[in-house]
Design a protein around this ligand. Structure first.
Ligand SMILES: *[C@@H]1O[C@H](CO)[C@@H](O)[C@H](O)[C@H]1NC(C)=O
Ligand SMILES: *[C@@H]1O[C@H](CO)[C@@H](O)[C@H](O)[C@H]1NC(C)=O
Length: 354
């Protein structure tokens, strides 16, 4: 209810009553998302936009579906990276605060989601510019400079900088509360996500020539596969820096800043993730922290990692059931060219946490 009120008053981001993460992320899930392609977007109907975002939405209406898609790509990547972990990046599709209370705290998990969503928006917008589905942007023509050894510029250099600008303008717009440490944290993590995207963009080349020779090579700037960003952000989640909040009085009033908690670790760069509150253990359901607990989660009996039954089930033990799955088997390749398979039933043991 609180969220709806906030949406009507357009006060989201100005008050601290509601979620500490963007409500507009809800565009990326289920109902809200599926209607994006078919109906014109009404910016004022997007929940939780601050006035600056509303203005941006109206000016860049054409790419708003890509902004939403970018958050969706980010969330899907989050769910992939965290699939075997106690917190697995579950979204609650019928709630405007799509992660529930979990991301209200300034934890590593919050840091990760902000970074991956911010990178996702930049990624999806960049892709739409390059494949021509958006018309207000296109290929990056600045990458036509002097060619390198044995190759020349050609194809469409993806306009990563435009995507990053959109993500920065839109995703950062609500984080302008200088008095709020969480704003400072969100800004840093948003930026870390976008920097990963530009750092991992690379020169992609294609050979042209008789029978596959490489007489002429054309190259363009390309975004990485989004999985590359996900893996990088996951490493950064594992090595995220714990900060403490400091408040200073400046001429314009109180300002919140973050300082590393431990000075014997290397201080974080702008490419690192930062957080200042510790995570709940996610073992047991807890409505207040938003933890679902790990009961009934599938665990891996042979793994000693966090996806193993010991750690994932938090020492409570596990149940085992057998599952019969139909699979293709005894496949034979027929000349030319098809494969014919039989269907076999295989029996699997499935372990789930008690
Ligand atoms: C993630 O966790 C939720 C809540 O425990 C569970 O319902 C869901 O099946 C899990 N998803 C995956 C992919 O394991
Ligand atoms: C379970 O963990 C083992 C050891 O880490 C790994 O080799 C195996 O692929 C995992 N199985 C599944 C289904 O993920």
């Amino acid at each position: 209810m609180i969220f709806v009120g906030c949406f009507l008053l357009l006060l989201c981001g100005l008050t601290r009553v509601m979620a500490s993460y963007p409500i507009w992320w809800s565009l990326a899930v289920r109902h809200q998302y599926s209607s994006l392609g078919t109906q014109p977007i009404l910016c004022s109907s997007i929940p939780g936009l601050v006035p600056k975002q509303l203005g941006f939405c109206r000016n860049y209406l054409e790419i708003m579906p890509n902004v939403a898609e970018g958050v969706k790509i980010g969330i899907q990547e989050c769910q992939h990276q965290f699939r075997g972990r106690r917190w697995n990046c579950t979204t609650i599709n019928d709630n405007l605060a799509i992660f529930g209370p979990v991301l209200d705290k300034a934890t590593r998990e919050s840091a990760f989601v902000h970074a991956i969503a911010s990178a996702g928006v930049a990624f999806a917008v960049t892709r739409a510019c390059a494949d021509g589905s958006a018309t207000i942007c296109g290929c990056d023509t600045r990458y036509k400079g002097p060619p390198g050894d044995g190759w020349k510029w050609g194809g469409c250099s993806e306009n990563v900088d435009f995507g990053i600008m959109v993500s920065q303008e839109f995703a950062d717009a609500r984080e302008n509360r200088r008095t709020d440490a969480r704003s400072a944290m969100n800004l840093r993590n948003n930026k870390a996500g976008r920097l990963a995207l530009s750092d991992k963009s690379f020169l992609k080349c294609k050979c042209h020539g008789l029978s596959g020779s490489c007489e002429v090579k054309t190259c363009w700037r390309s975004q990485p596969d989004f999985r590359v960003i996900g893996n990088d952000m996951k490493d950064k989640y594992d090595s995220a820096s714990e900060m403490v909040v400091e408040k200073h009085k400046e001429s314009r009033g109180w300002v919140a800043t973050l300082r590393p908690r431990y000075n014997y670790f290397k201080p974080p760069t702008e490419r690192d993730l930062v957080y200042y509150e510790s995570s709940p253990n996610f073992c047991d359901p807890n409505a207040e922290t938003g933890s679902f607990g790990t009961r009934d989660r599938v665990c891996n009996l042979t793994s000693h990692g966090i996806d193993g039954c010991d750690l994932l089930c938090c020492g409570r033990g596990h149940n085992t059931r057998t599952e019969r799955r139909k699979e293709k088997c005894h496949c034979i390749f027929h000349w030319c060219c098809y494969v014919r398979c039989q269907e076999c039933v295989r029996v699997y043991d499935v372990h789930t946490c008690k």
